[in-house]
Write a protein that binds this ligand. Structure first.
Ligand code: IPM
Ligand code: MG
Length: 360
């Protein structure tokens, strides 16, 4: 039986999750795809209930699921808590414990939303970029780390940016395989002009590329990549990079598409077990107001169908349903340029579910 653990989380997380569940339910009704759904708490929600951002019970349930659907975590309510107990820690622990090293962050511009981008429409029309971000290594997890008092009696904060060869090899394979299924162009982003760890990264990417002769591998320094993303984003097909560079570049890429509210993500381990989440945060300023865009969460379901369950046809059904409601002019506030029909979170979810039921 396909097992999914749903973690609604904080802020707008529960609302976008509820809207996405309506779509999931419609999918189950039309397709006969079966799913055993369980629920858990993560982040602030878990801190309030259990005193920790990720309980052992939730972690073991996550390990026991094929896929996890996550809303969002964090918010000002928990900002003052000590670092080890912050909501984000729960997310990072889940990534680490499930070994979800391969983070796929597509930046796809729905043609209906070209005007919502902060770039000129012609620069982004047709944009379809995939960022493959290494997610369980690098500076996020490197040791030693901490804040100490140094010999001069001054406070000193430090983190470690390190990658082992095997960590680079596995994310390289992940990225090359994605590139094989697309336009067969892979760009590796590093800072090899300054960092030894990047030198190794680049060397290993080259070595692995020998196994994928059909994929054209190129390299770019991260500062240039940031600039090129804004200058001419359509030059890219698949980008692979380290944990922190990927964190930054994927936020920049998301804005090219008009709204961070449109973008899903997948975090996968070697067994295709995955955590699926919108790349937007918990947006506490609009939480509980039925204003959030649930489409990133709904598209996360599509990624789950594709990458964990290999249900490509069903995934396309969800994508088409999203496209249909955009064609119909339905817009949440974040993607509304004034010409569309403004709808709330729940209504958007229902509209996608209806599109699924009528098309599917
Ligand atoms: C992301 C987020 C997280 C990260 C935070 C919430 C820990 O920004 O998923 O991009 O930095 O990885
Ligand atoms: Mg981020």
């Amino acid at each position: 039986m396909n097992k999914v653990l749903i973690l609604p989380g904080d802020g707008i997380g529960p609302e976008v999750t509820a809207a996405a569940e309506v779509v999931l339910q419609a999918l189950i009704e039309t397709s006969g795809f079966s799913l055993q759904v369980e629920y858990g708490t993560l982040g602030g929600q878990s801190i309030d209930a259990h005193g920790v951002p990720l309980s052992d019970e939730c972690l073991s349930r996550a390990k026991d699921s094929h896929a996890i659907l996550l809303g969002a975590v964090g918010g000002p309510k928990w900002d003052g808590i000590e670092r080890q107990l912050r909501p984000e820690r729960g997310l990072l622990k889940l990534r680490q414990e499930l070994d979800l090293f391969s983070n796929l962050r597509p930046a796809i511009l729905f043609p209906q939303l070209a005007a919502a981008s902060s770039l000129h429409a012609e620069l982004v029309a047709g944009l379809d970029l995939m960022i493959v971000r290494e997610l369980t290594g690098g500076i996020y997890f490197g040791e030693p780390r901490g804040i100490e008092i140094n010999a001069a009696g001054e406070r000193r904060g430090f983190n470690t940016l390190a990658y082992t060869e095997s960590e680079i090899i596995r994310i390289a394979h992940s990225a090359f395989r994605i590139a094989m299924a697309r336009d067969k162009r892979l760009l590796s982003v590093d800072k090899a002009n300054v960092l030894e760890v990047s030198e190794l990264w680049r060397e290993v990417m080259e070595t692995v590329s020998a196994e994928y002769p059909d994929v054209e591998l190129s390299h770019m320094y991260v500062d240039n990549a940031a600039m090129q993303l804004i200058r001419a984003p359509k030059q890219f097909d698949v980008m692979v990079t380290t944990n922190m560079f990927g964190d930054i570049l994927s936020d920049a890429a998301s804005m090219l598409t008009g709204s961070i509210g449109m973008l899903p993500s997948a975090s996968l381990n070697a067994d295709s077990q995955g955590m699926y989440e919108p790349i937007h945060g918990s947006a506490p300023d609009i939480a509980g107001e039925d204003k959030a865009n649930p489409l990133a969460m709904i598209l996360s379901i599509s990624m789950m169908l594709r990458y964990t369950f290999s249900e490509h046809a069903l995934a396309s059904l969800v994508d088409s349903a999203v496209s249909k409601v955009l064609d119909d002019g339905l817009r949440t506030a974040d993607i509304n340029d004034g010409s569309g029909k403004l709808v709330g979170t729940a209504e958007m979810g229902k509209a996608v579910a209806n599109a699924l039921l009528t098309n599917g």
